[in-house]
Ligand binder design. Structure first.
Ligand SMILES: [Cu+2]
Length: 160
């Protein structure tokens, strides 16, 4: 049992050293002229939020809930809680975009990235992301911190 705890702690601190010094949590100012349409929607106007979805992230490498359904056109505020001891993030995208981003993160683990489709959340903190789902289909959200996606830290969003 002691060995298991030590291993878990060693793992946790490796992640913390690699990513703990990044500052991602600055609130974004919404600027309609800078909104870019993507195949999975676009940055949402915080004033037009029609629904708030709470998502928990944990060191078990899981999102809760991990399966979401939203309506096409809906502007959603994701309130993302990091219940763990290491940095986690929620990145929205198509299945392909998430897979490509995960590959990039493997090559450049300290890659600076702060786009409207992602919320990086420090341990014990709450982050937030406003997104408008303009396209129907099946999309993903994932944590792309090194190893997390591979460990199953991925969820599904169906837009109907
Ligand atoms: Cu994570």
């Amino acid at each position: 049992m002691k060995t298991l705890i030590a291993t878990t702690l060693a793992l946790a601190s490796t992640f913390a050293i690699a990513h703990g010094d990044e500052e991602h949590a600055k609130p974004r100012a919404f600027d309609a002229s800078k909104v870019e349409a993507t195949p999975f929607g676009q940055e949402g106007n915080p004033k037009k939020v029609t629904r708030t979805i709470h998502v928990d992230m944990a060191d078990t490498m899981r999102f809760t809930p991990a399966d979401l359904t939203v309506k096409k056109g809906e502007t959603v505020r994701f309130t993302v809680h990091n219940r763990g001891q290491v940095l986690h993030e929620m990145v929205l995208g198509t299945k392909q975009a998430i897979a490509e981003h995960a590959e990039l993160m493997k090559k450049f683990p300290n890659m600076e990235h702060a786009d409207p489709n992602m919320a990086h959340v420090k341990p014990g903190k709450t982050g937030d992301m406003v997104w408008q789902f303009t396209e129907s289909g099946e999309f993903q959200f994932a944590c792309l911190q090194p190893g997390h996606f591979e460990a199953g830290m991925v969820g599904r969003i169906v837009v109907k």
